[in-house]
Design a protein around this ligand. Structure first.
Ligand SMILES: *Cc1c(COP(=O)(O)O)cnc(C)c1O
Length: 359
């Protein structure tokens, strides 16, 4: 008998590569926002009184929780906060997916879902997207222990046409399980399922400050659900780690949320750059999906995705590529500033010219 026989073995999620400190790269591989957080965040940070850090934070993160509730027209007991939406998602998997029946999610979606399922020993079944990367409604109308939908989806960038009706159909067909809608990218153009929260007690909508509020480094995620659902989530959270959100994060989160004008301006910039960049890539023969997110999902022509990924990396431009059957011909490219995207296009042209010379 060896202690290693008793280890909970897991294959961890693999995030996009982080450059070493001081290394100069154009980082388009983890869907971070290219713009800094709101100036209000800088102000609060400058005048922050560090002496308060001797105290534990409010376990319910009430100042931030209530600011989020106000902002979206909910009450505090319909909101949950966590250390990034990854923390919220993990806690939701642990709390709500407690059945022998499989949890359902798409074969191409956020690649953390199957990792949590494996970690918590939750059975799951993948529902293959169709050839255009759309979900098939019938896949979600069979016995299940829960459902997870990323809308807009990653890494495809796609949202379902008429997505609210689509999600409502799934939620209403499954009163026996919790349906989680992961809206990490919704601020960049998807439709939110939030209006359904008051109508269905088995729906949970999860969001993040990481992308649209330029706060990936601060780790703020949040969720909406009926108060009973949120209570179950809190019961699990307080049984695991009560003080997940630190005092500084709570305060800076409130500041970031309060600057609606800056939020709208930066999101609009990302969307504008996304559309221009998609056009530029299409001009170069790429197939690009109709992204509603802050990244582009693009299939190059004349060069393999793997080759282009490698050559861009050599030039200090990081994008994301997966060695997986349905993804290996595609790159996921986060939307940067106009300058960064210009540098990307120049590098693509240069790489293609050089590989052209060889033939
Ligand atoms: C980025 C992302 C998350 C996690 O974001 P956090 O930084 O943990 O808030 C969750 N779901 C999807 C689909 C994402 O792309």
């Amino acid at each position: 008998m060896n202690w290693e026989d008793n280890v909970r073995r897991v294959t961890p999620y693999v995030p996009g590569e982080q450059p070493k400190d001081g290394q100069k790269v154009i980082k388009l591989n983890t869907n971070e926002n290219p713009y800094p957080p709101s100036p209000l965040v800088f102000e609060v940070l400058k005048s922050y009184d560090a002496s308060s850090l001797r105290l534990y934070p409010p376990a319910d993160a009430a100042p931030l929780r209530d600011a989020i509730a106000d902002h979206y027209g909910f009450s505090g007991d319909e909101v949950f906060t966590g250390v990034g939406s990854d923390d919220v998602l993990a806690m939701a998997f642990l709390t709500f997916f407690n059945s022998d029946k499989p949890v359902l999610f798409a074969d191409i979606t956020y690649s953390f879902y199957d990792v949590w399922a494996d970690l918590f020993r939750i059975p799951y079944e993948l529902c293959p997207l169709d050839d255009d990367f759309h979900m098939r409604l019938s896949d979600y109308k069979r016995p299940n222990g829960g459902i997870v939908i990323a809308n807009p989806n990653a890494p495809t960038g796609i949202s379902e046409p008429d997505d609210i009706a689509f999600i409502e159909e799934i939620v209403s067909a499954n009163p026996g399980s919790v349906v989680i809608v992961d809206e990490a990218y919704v601020d960049f153009g998807g439709h939110t399922a939030l209006p359904l929260i008051r109508k269905y007690d088995n729906l949970m909508v999860i969001r993040t400050f990481s992308k649209s509020r330029s706060f990936a480094g601060m780790r703020i995620g949040y969720a909406f659900g009926c108060s009973r659902l949120i209570k179950y989530l809190n019961d699990a959270k307080y049984s695991f780690n009560s003080y997940t959100m630190n005092r500084l994060t709570i305060e800076l989160g409130v500041a970031a949320l309060s600057d609606g004008e800056y939020f709208e301006k930066t999101v609009a910039s990302v969307v504008r750059t996304r559309e221009q960049s998609a056009e530029e890539l299409r001009k170069r023969g790429f197939t690009v999906t109709d992204s509603k997110t802050n990244f582009l999902f693009a299939r190059p022509s004349g060069i393999s995705a793997r080759e282009l990924f490698r050559k861009l990396r050599e030039r200090g431009i990081y994008v994301r590529w997966w060695d997986k059957p349905r993804l290996k011909d595609w790159l996921r490219i986060s939307v940067g500033t106009d300058e960064q995207m210009h540098a990307l296009m120049e590098a693509v042209d240069e790489i293609r010219d050089m590989s052209g010379e060889k033939t």
